[in-house]
Design a protein around this ligand. Structure first.
Ligand code: COA
Length: 387
């Protein structure tokens, strides 16, 4: 039985900041941000959006009456959750009118949790044929103004339906994964910005990729030549290139050229959105599938998931004939409607936060074009609605 990703969709905010503007404001060479980091634009997330609203805005594109009742597992992967107890998945369940008889949970392990959710969903469907799962991978990447990590911020949500006979990607049962206690990136519960040892985390990412890749080759007998393309977790798009370069020498020159070409397709959208932590690998997969001109049904794709702290997983999937029909987001329209904000506006949005002393707040949502928004706080409860 084939099990895998049947549909995928993406949502983010309708505002972005240009990386050349940011470079000028921070007295950096634009080339460092555009090429050295590999980012051209970055989503700016207003206070009227959070992981719940973005998750719901992504998920509503993949949920309809044909699958609503069959979805009885909703896993929300995030490290920027809005509550230390209640799962973001439950809010999405209500906003989308999902099945009452469903399991709705939130999972966390830095940028890796979405992959854990996907793999658990695959196993769940294998054990319960006919069921479907909704996986949401959503985050807001915040490092702080004028930090080295600022250029690697962003935010958004990817929603995926996992089912039998998937339209997009059949997951092979070949995952290789590892974890180890490493302090490369973390966020204590009292902080809204992550703490990171940036260069160290980039080194660990490469080390973990190489280790799970070598293990994968050993266990499965597959080699780089068995892959049409790779998609990487992209905290910034140069990071994936560094990963790919680790293994490129295993291929001949023409295969290297092909893989580099596919890599360019896999980072088109991430360059313009920035980091969305656990959703980044899956935005990259959407980017690859949408922008590559050379993919065919039956191609084997390799995916590397990495979450600081640290956990890494490499797995493969087989591209399905109708994969384009499973991609639900119109990226042309998404980019078209985005509004470019100045550095001063971005900084003001960045600094605007919800009260943490229990006071009520009503937010002005008139400037937010998303369907689901956060309207404020009442009695310490977030007020979500469609508008
Ligand atoms: N033109 C082109 N490239 C340039 C350049 C220019 N004018 N100036 C610098 N660069 C290159 C550097 O050579 C470097 O490339 P390399 O990584 O291939 O060596 C790259 O730009 C980044 O420069 P660097 O000086 O290393 O940047 P930094 O010290 O400001 O930090 C990060 C970069 C990624 C470490 C930082 O943004 C960060 O901490 N990000 C958050 C953590 C993260 O995303 N970790 C990833 C693992 S999950």
């Amino acid at each position: 039985m084939l099990i895998g990703i049947d549909q995928m969709a993406f949502a983010t905010s309708d505002k972005y900041v240009d990386m050349v503007d940011l470079a000028h404001a921070r007295n950096q060479e634009p080339g460092k941000f555009l090429i050295g980091i590999g980012q051209t634009e970055q989503a700016v997330i207003p206070v009227t959006q959070d992981v719940v609203t973005m998750g719901a805005n992504a998920a509503e594109q993949v949920v309809d009456d044909s699958n609503r009742d069959a979805i009885d597992l909703v896993i929300f992967g995030t490290e920027s959750g809005v509550d230390n107890s209640k799962s973001a998945a439950i809010y999405v369940q209500r906003l989308l009118n999902l099945n009452r008889y469903a399991r709705t949970i939130e999972m966390k392990q830095a940028c890796y949790a979405g992959t854990a959710g996907l793999m658990m969903a695959r196993d769940y469907i294998a054990a319960h044929p006919g069921k479907k799962a909704l996986i949401i991978a959503a985050d807001i990447a915040r490092y702080g103004l004028e930090t080295a990590g600022e250029v690697t911020q962003g935010g958004g949500a990817v929603a995926m339906i996992v089912s039998e006979n998937p339209q997009i990607l059949a997951l092979n049962d070949d995952s290789q994964y590892m974890s180890a206690d490493i302090m490369d990136f973390w966020r204590p519960v009292y902080r809204t910005e992550a703490l990171v040892d940036g260069h160290y985390s980039a080194n660990i990412y490469e080390d973990f990729f190489k280790e799970v890749w070598d293990r994968y080759r050993e266990v499965t007998g597959n080699s780089i030549n068995d892959f049409k393309a790779f998609a990487f977790h992209l905290p910034f798009t140069k990071m994936g290139l560094k990963g790919l370069r680790e293994i490129l020498p295993e291929a001949d020159e023409s295969k290297q050229t092909d893989l580099l070409e596919e890599f360019e397709a896999s980072r088109v959208y991430n360059k313009r959105i920035g980091n969305l932590y656990t959703g980044s690998l899956y935005l990259s997969l959407i980017s690859l599938l949408s922008n590559s001109t050379d993919l065919q049904a039956g191609d084997r794709l390799g995916l590397f998931s990495y979450g600081s702290g640290a956990e890494g997983e490499f797995y493969s999937g087989i591209l399905q004939p109708n994969y384009k029909a499973g991609l639900k987001t119109d990226f042309g329209a998404l980019f078209e409607k985005r509004q470019r904000v100045s550095i001063a506006e971005y900084e003001a949005i960045f600094n605007k936060s919800l009260p943490i002393d229990g006071t009520d707040l009503e937010l002005d949502v008139s400037d937010d074009s998303a369907h689901f928004v956060l309207g404020g706080l009442q009695a310490e409860q977030r007020q979500y609605f469609a508008h």
